[in-house]
Every structure is written in C-alpha cells, then in structure tokens.
Design a binder for this molecule. Structure first.
Ligand code: OSB
Ligand code: MG
Length: 374
C-alpha cells in the first residue's frame, strides 16, 4: 500500500437500517433467514461517498453481535469518534477504533466505508489500494439445508452454471446421508460442508466418517469461540478444517495456525474488524502456506462488491462465497448487476468498490435513516 494523499476528513455520515427480502429462505444449523436486515453506512468527504454494510444478524446466532446493538454502537460511539476527524490512511482509522473491545462487525462497517472513500479519493479501484489484481475471481456457492433430493438438484444446476465449489450446510441428522448421496451423484465435484458450530468433540467418530467423501474442507464444525478443540479435532481428521466463526481477529488466526486448528481459513472482512485485520490475516495465512477464501453473509451489492475486491488478493486461492446477487435478491440496492459467468465473478470497475446506490429502490427498502455531522 504505497498510495498516499493528504489526510482525508470525514465530514458526515448517513446511517440506514435496510431490509431486503430473500428470494428463498436460507437455513443453516442455527436457524433460517427469510430476509436480510443490515446497517448501511455512508461516509462523506470532499463531495465523495464511501459505503459499507454491517454483517451482524438480528439475533446473536452466528456470532455475538446484533443489528440493534451495532446500530446503537455506531450512532453513539464509533461514528462520533471518526466524524470531523482526518485520517492519513484507513489503518489510522482502524487504530482509533481498536481499543474498544470486540464488536468487530460494527468496527468493520466504519473501516470498510472509509476504505471505499479513501480509494475513491485516490481515484483508484479498491482492489488496487488493497494490493489485489485481476478482473474476476473464482466463485463457489453455499447451499442451505433442505431435503436431500432438492439439494441434489440444486448442486446439479449450480455446477451447470459453472460454480467451482459446492458448500453444503450440515447439522446433526443431516450430514452423512446427504454426503453419501451428493458424492455418489457428483464424484468429481469440489464439495465442502459448513457445520456452523453444531458439533462437539463427542461427535469425533461421526466427523471422521466425513473423511471418506474427499471434501476440500470441513468448515467450522465446533464452537464459535473454541480454537483449542478444533486443534484436537484436526489431529484426528484427514480432511482439512476451515475456520469461519472462530477467526475474528489477527490473534485468532495466529493461534489457529500455530496450533494446527485450521488448514484453510474463511476470511470475512465484515466479521474481522475490517480490511486492516483481513489483510494481516491474509498475509499471516500465506506465511503458513494456508490458503484462504472469501466468505459471505448474504450481503447486498454493497457488501458483495467489497468481498469481490478483497478476493483479488493473491492468497485467495480457493473459490469464495461471492455468488450472483440474483440468487439472494429479486432487486438489489445497487444499480450494477453482480452476476457470475463460467464460475467467475467480474470485479466491479471504477474507483472504490465500483458500484452505486439505486436510491429509489433503497428508499423503499429503508426502515430508518439518520444523519450525523461534525
Ligand atoms: O457460515 O458462511 C457462513 C450465511 C449466513 C451466515 C453464515 C454463513 C453464511 C453462508 C452464506 O454460508 C454465504 C453467502 O452465500 O453469502
Ligand atoms: Mg461458514
């Protein structure tokens, strides 16, 4: 990151709460989502706007942050700390928020919007200021829990569309039979499972049976905050473990790598405090020869565009969950279409994240809106 400019002063912010209905309900081990509700943040400087969305859920069922908690923290603490302030680099803004405990998703919302603003002020694509390159990224797809027959049809249709990896959500009672059927029908496909924390070490024998299915990795089988048990499990499995929920800070990544608790890491910039940490996690994994890929949280086009730019960094060597926006929403809040072709997602062109808000549709999807000034 060699780009420099004079410090950029954040003049104001718009904080919206947005609701988008999902095309189809999305079920994972911890529950079902039928709509996406998220904070959408606009930061303003010099006539430029930077955007980001928060990836926390209404309930603390993926991680411990919530939409209502994050909205309050953004309006009463995090945004007042940065509005009216000048920052010579996004990492400086990250440093300002770092002393507050946890709340990585809320912090990421502010930090990511500033990276977009920053890249736009330099008139460069976000991928360039992050150190990435290339005009498209490899994509896989994450399929929610449903009847096995339906899942097999969905695997076939997504492989036909070119998706390069199929991730199947599993939970106790919906695991080995699904894998047996999927592997029988798709012997060559890159298959993975995501357990979203629903097993424990008491399930080791069951998880060892997954070794028979030649999975690329098993994502987050054990508790959201337990790196230690994942190290124990990895020592008993041939299949690589990929950590998602466990990796919220650079230190989590370091401890997971040093203890061999993960041989693949899912990086979600939105759950890791922002790009400052995501880039460090990326580099740390590279130094351990551990590949990473970009996870998703059913984001709107704003978060999706951020994820695509991040995915252009060199150690993102496995397909990410950055699939077509039309799989999630009939209509998105951005003007551009983020659609894959041949298993690749094009990088939005232009400065910053390279997408623009569809203000008319956004207005109909907005539950609340507030403006903050210096
Ligand atoms: O564990 O990666 C996850 C969606 C919501 C919460 C957690 C996860 C997911 C997904 C979907 O897997 C990824 C996507 O398609 O955006
Ligand atoms: Mg996951």
């Amino acid at each position: 990151m060699t780009q420099t400019r004079s410090p950029l002063r954040i003049e104001a912010a718009d904080l919206r709460l947005v609701r988008l209905p999902l095309v189809t309900p999305f079920t994972i081990a911890t529950g079902t989502m039928t709509e996406k509700i998220f904070p959408l943040l606009t930061l303003k400087a010099d006539g430029i706007e930077g955007y980001a969305e928060g990836v926390m859920d209404p309930l603390p069922d993926y991680l411990d942050e919530t939409v209502s908690g994050a909205m309050e923290l953004l309006r009463s603490l995090l945004l007042p700390q940065v509005i009216g302030q000048s920052f010579a680099h996004p990492q400086e803004l990250a440093r300002k928020l770092a002393p507050w405990r946890a709340n990585h998703m809320a912090k990421a919302t502010v930090e990511m919007a500033f990276w977009d603003l920053w890249a736009k002020s330099l008139n460069l694509p976000l991928q360039t200021v992050l150190g990435g390159s290339g005009d498209a990224v490899d994509v896989g797809v994450s399929l929610g829990i449903g009847p096995i027959a339906t899942t097999l049809e969905r695997i076939a249709s997504h492989l036909d569309q070119g998706y390069q990896r199929i991730k199947l959500k599993v939970k106790p009672g919906h695991d080995l039979a699904l894998l047996r059927a999927a592997r029988a029908e798709f012997p060559e496909a890159h298959l993975t499972v995501d357990a979203n924390t629903c097993y424990s070490l008491a399930d080791t024998a069951l998880l060892q049976q997954m070794d028979a299915f030649n999975l690329d990795y098993i994502e987050q089988p054990l508790a959201w905050d337990d790196i230690h048990d994942h190290a124990t499990l990895q020592s008993r499995l041939r299949t690589p473990i990929c950590l998602d929920e466990c990796i919220r800070t650079v230190d989590h990544a370091r401890k997971a790598l040093q203890s061999d608790a993960a041989r693949v890491i899912n990086i979600k910039v939105g759950r890791s405090g922002g790009y400052t940490n995501a880039l460090r996690i990326h580099d740390l994994c590279e130094s351990f020869s551990v590949p990473v890929w970009c996870g998703g949280m059913l984001e709107s086009g704003i978060g999706r565009a951020h994820n695509i730019h991040l995915s252009t960094l060199p150690n993102f060597t496995k397909p990410g969950d950055v699939s077509s926006a039309s799989r999630y929403f009939t209509r998105d809040i951005i003007a551009e279409k983020l659609e894959t072709s041949g298993g690749r997602m094009p990088v939005p062109q232009g400065a910053g994240i390279g997408v623009t808000l569809d203000l008319d549709y956004l207005a109909t999807a907005t539950l609340s809106q507030e403006s903050l000034h210096a």
